[in-house]
Design a protein around this ligand. Sequence first.
Ligand code: ZN
Length: 371
Amino acid sequence: MKISQRVILCFLTAAAFVAAASQTTIGFSTLGSTWASGAIPMHLQLTGGSGLADGSANFNAVFAGAMSTWNGSLSRVQLTAVNPSTVPRGDGDGLNQVFFDSNYYGTSFERDTLAITTRWMLNNTQRVEADVVFNTAFTFDAYRGNVRSSGVWDLRRVALHELGHLLGLDHPDANGQSVNALMNSVLGNLDSLTADDIAGAQSLYGGGVTGNITFPPRNEPNAFFQSLIAAYRDELRAAQSPTYVDSEGAVIWLTEYARQRVGQCSHGAATQNTLAQITSNGGTLVCAATPAGAIPFPPRNEGLLFMNELDNTYRDSLRRSLGSSFVNNEGAVVWVLEYLRYRLNGCNHGDATTKVLQQIRGQGIQPVCTA
Ligand SMILES: [Zn+2]
């Protein structure tokens, strides 16, 4: 165990421009490292800030407010403030200091950089220190709305952005994405977190609730899928279809996607939350408790969109080689979701498997097991 490296994040530029590319709009980007669960103590050492435009007491109060804003969307971690803090500044000291300086630990800021966040990690996966340094070459205030032409910058939105880096978010626009997000690399008139920013953080730390619907243990959907493969191979005489996702991965992650959807996550959030578990140690919390009554299930077309993203993730992030399966991706989506629908509506494993196979054999959609 060692602190492996320090990386400087965010050359958040003061210049305003609009990216013109029409790119995919999947959403946030993450850095691949997260904090251990619990408090993330921040030592606030921002001097000055009397008479701020938004009425905040001082710059430390502005930063603490940005922390509270993020905390409202986080579950397994919370940012806590030592305000004001007098601990010595230190790079690699295991403490998270927030301060103004004309450089960061002896390194000059680039001309347009408003602030940076350092990133210290254990084994490249666990964040253990992050200092936020605001560049004294700029004049800061705290206000809402459009960036002021006076050249005075809103420290609050810069703080929200840097805290996004601290939590583990990267710049979506620097990763081929075109989304409305405060985490984009260029600061502009946007003055608050967007749904994409929040979905990104929740993919890493959970959205606040544990799912209240019990899904079957993993071995049972896996056993179902083996029956499905046999039916495709022996009864439907299906040809093998190319896929990067092995059968166990397909079952596990389709089930997790369904669990996120049942837990009130949108298609986009459920996709991100699930893929973040695969690629960046994301949390398993869902978006909200499932209300009483009929359990909402994702439509097939959205399940298939997820499956395509899963295939891409296995190919690009996990670098799996192309394999094949008697059950094509569309069949996996349709029948795993159908199996789970039976399971969540009162059917045991055997009954749910039988009912799905009856559908595959053209015997129609079978009733669920609860009234
Ligand atoms: Zn940045």
